[in-house]
Design a protein around this ligand. Sequence first.
Ligand SMILES: [Zn+2]
Length: 323
Amino acid sequence: MNRMALDELKQQIPLLEYLQAHDWHQARPIGLGRLLGLCPLHADHKPSFLVDPNKNLFYCYGCRRGGDVIRFAELYHQVKFPQAVALLHQWRGLPPLLHEATGFYRMQLHRHGEAVAYLYQRGVRSPELIEHMRIGYAPGSCLRGWLTQLGYPLQALRQAGLVTDAGYDAYTHRIVFPLEGNLYGRSLSTTAPPHRFLPGAKGGLYLWEQVRQYPEVILVEGLFDYAVLWQAGFHNVACAMGTQLNAYQFRQLCDGMRTIYLTFDSDANGSGQRATQALAHRLREQRLKVCTVELPEGHDPNSFFVNGGDAGQFQALLEAARS
Ligand SMILES: [Zn+2]
């Protein structure tokens, strides 16, 4: 990333806003617009963390560390510079084009009975959940028209992978979930490949910023697993979108001391079980506590709930995994 792009990122994310979103509370203003509060970077008992919202800088008189929003993200999340930049991008939200596409897909969802029926069949029923995950639907043959009408050049749509080289909408008859800098599309049709991502990285763990605070985290492989668990009241769910974690996702999972409940599909050929064992080994090497959740044969969390499983029964599976 060049200097200009970094400056732009910093401009888009005011330090104070980022701090407040990470539960920082100012204790008092100390003149010249500057604020003082407890330091989020060390165990602080009297306010020693100084923030200058005009300069977008912080300094702590306790741990003697300071800098800009990127430096804060590095220290707070205990990651290196490139990961801190990636986290800030994630926090800022999708690039404008994907943001626009997401909004369009979300508008389409309730206009297409087949999409709502599919969600219902996969156990996705509460409006709060659809809102929380910003679930949309790509009917096909309409996104290109919408975005070009908004002034996005066709070349940009092709580059983002939203439109194919031949000029058609890349996602057709797919349920769409916005990720960090990508869109995941689940096909309704049984003949198309079920899972699709736009070109580029699938990003980090799904909505990790909302999950990392929990001392116990349930890790699942699919977004429909995430969905039914969240709907059942389990909000400490992380999703890797597959059983193979990329390096970024693995680092996220290890960014603090916590217990991980591995809850991958239990498939007949044993691939889910092998992935579970391999990951459990790597996580234990990082000194994390790992529990393996045993689902009934042939089930994943999604099918478990769709077939009548409830929160109490799932909780019992978690407890059995702990012992
Ligand atoms: Zn400090």
